[in-house]
Every structure is written in structure tokens, then in C-alpha cells.
Write a new protein. Structure first.
Length: 231
């Protein structure tokens, strides 16, 4: 069994500006036919039966999906042990987190925005993998994809004070937040080995290859995708 991960960017799709070109989200105002074509291109690229998306709501809700999963359910993390599903998280600054345990054959996709991060969603997803599928936390691996980094993630003075009071000074630099470090430390506290956590250095607000809501306002969404295959 193999586990595969992918973080898309904004290149190689059918969408027109300001969604140019590989926008995967229907809710952004983009032409639905273009988004459908982009999703078909992604499905063809990775060779799976189903792309399973979430209705992301900036929560700490984690849901388990199987090969018969139906309509989108409101949540911000999905977990499966099914080979039929590729799990997809869509972002444009939030952190797309992919978790997987190759030994148990379990994968998860997590949408870790500020609210979800403050609610500890990545660690809660790892706990669902442990409780429901028997994954040992020290075997779980995590990939944190491109997202807005401390260099660009400025918040209000009030929000910065809330973050410092709630989590500590190590996650705040003036009015700039470090959500990557916070998610990493939450995962380590949940039992993941630090060496099993990979964090992309790409800041979406700095990168012209990625959609960024902070930089652009009206824009598309790229994705983190995780799936399994038998070969």
C-alpha cells in the first residue's frame, strides 16, 4: 500500500481571472463549468474514483467518510480508511494539513484556519485516527502545505493579545501570528513525533503561484489532497 499527497497551485487550469487558472472551489464566484473542468483534471491527474470535498466552516468538527460518502457535510477535517476516496482540503491562506498512517491505512485532510487552529483541530483529527482506527500517534505523519506565514499574517492588536494570552508569546511577533508553529506544537502534544511533521516554507501571500485571500480578496482556492493506492 502507498499513500500519496499533493498540494496543487494556481497553474494549469481552465478558470479566467481573477480565478486563474486552477481554481477548485465552486463558492468563490467562478464559472461553475471551469471549476468542474479543473476538478476533472485533478481527478484524472491522480487517478482516483472519488474526490471528497468538505463544506468548510472554520470549526473543529471532524467527520469519518467511507466509499459511499454522500453530499458534503459541514466540517473542517475528514478521515477515511477507504481506497476509493481522495480527501481534499481547499485553501487560500489557511493551512492545508494532511495526516496519514501507512501501517493502518488511514488518511485525513484538515482545514486549519485561525479559528480551527485555536480550537486544536489538527490534534483532534489525530485523536480520531487513534480512537476510531487504532492509529498510534507516533506513527502518524503530517504535512502542512503552503499557507500564510508570520511574515504576512498580521491581525488586530486585540487578536494578537488573545493569541498570546491563550497560547504563549512564542506564537506572536507583534501583531503577526505563527499558525504553523502552533499547529506543529499541538500535533506534538497529541503524540506525533516532531520528525514526522513537515511544514512547507511557502507563504501563500508572498507566492504568485498560489491563491491568497489576504493578498487578492476575490480569488480561487488551491488544494491539499491525500489518497491511497495498492501499488
Amino acid at each position: 500500500m502507498n499513500i500519496h499527497t499533493l498540494f496543487t497551485d494556481r497553474k494549469g487550469g481552465a478558470s479566467l481571472p481573477p480565478y486563474d487558472t486552477f481554481n477548485l472551489a465552486f463558492h468563490t464566484g467562478d464559472d461553475r463549468a471551469a471549476v468542474a473542468k479543473n476538478r476533472a483534471l485533478l481527478k484524472e491527474r491522480i487517478g482516483v474514483e472519488t474526490l471528497h470535498f468538505m463544506e468548510q466552516i472554520h470549526s473543529d468538527t471532524v467527520r469519518i467518510v467511507d466509499k459511499s460518502a454522500g453530499p458534503l457535510l459541514p466540517c473542517d477535517a475528514i478521515v477515511t480508511a477507504s481506497f476509493s476516496n481522495a480527501l481534499v482540503v481547499m485553501v487560500a491562506d489557511c493551512i492545508p494539513i494532511l495526516l496519514y498512517d501507512k501501517e493502518r491505512g488511514v488518511i485525513a485532510a484538515v482545514h486549519a484556519g485561525r479559528n480551527g487552529t485555536f480550537k486544536n483541530i489538527s490534534a483532534k483529527t489525530a485523536e480520531v485516527m487513534h480512537q476510531e482506527f487504532g492509529c498510534r500517534p507516533e506513527r502518524i505523519k503530517a504535512k502542512l502545505g503552503p499557507s500564510i506565514h508570520t511574515c504576512c499574517y498580521e491581525v488586530s492588536e486585540e487578536m494578537a493579545q488573545i493569541a498570546e494570552k491563550s497560547f504563549g508569546k512564542g506564537y506572536v511577533n507583534g501583531r503577526y501570528l505563527n499558525l504553523q508553529r502552533l499547529n506543529r506544537d499541538q500535533l506534538v502534544k497529541a503524540g506525533l513525533h516532531p520528525g514526522n511533521i513537515d511544514i512547507s516554507e511557502i507563504c501563500t501571500c508572498c507566492s504568485d503561484r498560489h491563491f491568497s485571500y489576504r493578498r487578492e480578496g476575490v480569488t480561487g482556492r488551491f488544494a491539499g489532497v491525500v489518497w491511497m493506492s495498492e501499488s
